[in-house]
Design a protein. Structure first.
Length: 188
């Protein structure tokens, strides 16, 4: 194999859209050499850096699209201040299995109880797991529904009150709502 000059290598990285490797090429190659990595280890190292950069960009872009009012994570939530809230249940929600199952989460409670903080934290957890998220307040959602003409309860999707069993409501501040996806238990 012939020696490849720096400009050619950068052009190849550009063509393959490996911008993280391209932008840090000399630093990454120096670090691989200092660590005396094998060719396979160096390649894995370079690819891991590229993936990390893409994940950062994806999360950043998805967070902007989600239109969160602020940045919050579960680590910053004071569960001690809300003793009625089950911290384990909230951490389970952060795994996003409820999304994969087609369920929804509805956060209910008086002002100042941390509903928005939890909604943002759960949304950010979903983004990290490659789900699309849109933050919408209840007031905005009602206004959007009114704008498209859904003004009466009769026009909403079938709810659990139609005689189908619904999942138990775990806590008042964090309740699962099966509003649009409620179906008989045998169909799950």
């Amino acid at each position: 194999m012939t020696a490849v000059d720096h400009e050619t290598l950068v052009a190849h990285l550009d063509r393959l859209k490996l911008t993280a490797i391209r932008d840090q090429l000399d630093t990454l190659l120096d670090e691989a050499a200092r660590s005396k990595m094998t060719l396979r280890e160096a390649l894995a190292f370079l690819v891991a850096r590229e993936i990390a950069r893409r994940d950062e960009r994806r999360i950043s872009m998805a967070s902007k699209i989600a239109q969160f009012p602020f940045v919050r994570d579960l680590d910053g939530f004071e569960f001690e201040a809300q003793p009625s809230l089950d911290a384990g249940q909230i951490r389970e929600l952060a795994t996003c299995r409820w999304i994969a199952h087609g369920d929804m989460v509805l956060l209910l409670g008086p002002p100042g109880t941390g509903k928005t903080h939890l909604a943002v934290a759960l949304g950010r957890a979903a983004i990290r797991q490659s789900y699309s998220v849109q933050f919408v307040t209840a007031a905005t959602l009602v206004a959007m529904l009114a704008k498209v003409g859904l003004r009466s309860a009769a026009s909403l999707p079938p709810a659990c009150s139609r005689g189908w069993p619904c999942p138990p409501v775990p806590r008042p501040c964090c309740a699962r709502s099966e509003l649009s996806r409620c179906r008989p238990q045998g169909d799950r």
